[in-house]
Design a protein around this ligand. Structure first.
Ligand SMILES: Cc1ncc(COP(=O)(O)O)c(C=O)c1O
Length: 410
């Protein structure tokens, strides 16, 4: 008899967004004539930048001819893309990397979910709370999270670092050792950021405690404030303690095309039980070569194109569009006397529900009474209770209309 990985059975039945979709469907069945504005799931609405389309057409043409055809590419990604990433995303911030430290992938979800492959099952794990659910669920699947405590909604082997309005969404440095800590800045779902000084505290903690930081910078392109770090490697010593994940999904409309990358510095090591230090770059390379056959050539050419001067202008226009949405949403929500966080350096707005009503209750009321969909904050972790997330990735007209509806409703 084949036995299943029983850790999967510990997972709650559904992925958060499947639950939300079910509730929207129930509403639409009951009220088919009502038009719902979706500001829940974090998918983008602007089309791919023209430079990407051009690059993809060109790449397709290359694949059409014997002389320029390409089959399997390097599992780690083509050098042309890794070089562009280093030259444009890191070198200008004073960060030196070699192409063998950059692993191009099909996105940050896969990489943040798969990175646990190279880590022992009994590492202790820490997360800021609320958090992108993939970090927790992937650890549940590998048996690292322990068991779900029904009362608290927390996993027994996971340390939760609450981020709420009370601490200005700045997680407190733990007073104990944790082996692996996930940080995501700019943050999904709260839309908040960490200053260089705050991020330095984490790097110092990691260096002092031999902690591995898994730093998800999927939203770095949305940072507007010049003092906020885009990369954890802007902090001295971070190459010794951190892996960084990035994504082209929200930056350049690649949610469907699929491309991201992960930086695993050469000097980053972790231990074996008998104290030997092992290069994580080497291990991740080994893992990728075995389980991943590279991102398509066409996709990598499209990603490369966003680093051209035209490409940079085009993605800036897209980001400006979304951040324009965020601004008008923030103003609109504040005009409804709601407490609103984020939305200044991230495409997410994190809203305190009025009168302390629960996230799910507010979600349902907003759906049924204003026909606007958000994401219940508690779906991102226990400290998300009493909040709701709205995304700024919608069409401008929909954002304006949604704010009107909320104003009338509230
Ligand atoms: C924090 C965070 N990391 C990673 C991802 C996934 O990105 P990708 O589309 O590159 O897989 C998301 C997507 O919503 C996200 O919010």
């Amino acid at each position: 008899m084949a036995l299943v990985n029983e850790h999967f059975l510990k997972l709650p039945g559904n992925y958060l967004f499947a639950d939300i979709a079910k509730k929207i469907n129930a509403f639409k069945t009951a009220y088919p004539q009502k038009e719902v504005i979706r500001m829940g799931i974090g998918d983008v609405t602007r089309p791919l930048p023209p430079v990407c389309i051009e690059a993809m057409h060109k790449a397709v043409e290359e694949l059409a001819h014997k002389e320029s055809f390409r089959g399997y590419g390097p599992e780690q990604g083509y050098d042309f893309l890794a070089e562009a990433i280093i030259k444009h995303d890191y070198a200008p911030r004073g960060i030196q990397l070699s192409t063998s430290e950059v692993f191009v992938s099909d996105g940050a979800k896969s990489d943040t979910g798969n990175i646990g492959d190279i880590l022992r099952h009994d590492n202790s794990v820490g997360v800021t709370d609320p958090i992108y659910p993939v970090y927790i669920d992937s650890n549940v699947m590998s048996g690292r999270a322990g068991v779900l405590e029904a009362d608290s909604g927390k996993w027994s082997n996971v340390t939760y670092m609450p981020c709420t309005s009370e601490n200005h969404f700045i997680p407190e440095i733990p007073n104990k050792r944790i082996d692996v800590v996930y940080l995501c800045y700019p943050n999904n779902p709260t839309g908040t950021t960490l200053s260089k000084a705050e991020l330095k505290k984490w790097v110092d903690y990691a260096l002092a405690n031999d902690t591995l930081i898994l730093f998800d910078a999927a939203y770095e392109a949305f940072i507007q404030d010049p003092d906020i770090p885009h990369s954890i490697y802007e902090i001295k010593g971070a190459k010794k303690c951190a892996i960084e994940f990035r994504s082209f999904s929200k930056t350049a409309g690649f949610t469907g095309v699929r491309c991201g990358y992960t930086v695993v510095p050469k000097e980053l090591t972790a231990g074996t039980l008998n104290g030997e230090r092992i290069s994580l770059n080497h291990m991740w390379n080994r893992r990728q070569c075995t389980k991943f056959n590279g991102t398509s050539y066409i996709t990598q050419r499209a990603a490369e194109a966003i680093y051209t001067p035209e490409g940079k202008e085009q993605i800036k226009a897209t980001i400006d569009y979304y951040m324009g949405n965020a601004k008008l949403m923030k103003e609109g929500l504040e005009a409804c006397n709601l407490q609103v966080y984020g939305g200044e350096n991230a495409p997410y707005l994190w809203i305190k529900t009025p009168n302390n009503i629960s996230s799910w209750k507010f979600f349902e009321q907003m759906l049924y009474e204003a026909n606007v969909v958000g994401t219940p904050g508690v779906g991102f972790g226990p400290s998300g209770e009493g909040y709701i997330r709205l995304t700024a990735f919608g069409e401008r007209e929909n954002c304006i209309e949604a704010m009107k509806r909320l104003k009338n409703w509230l």
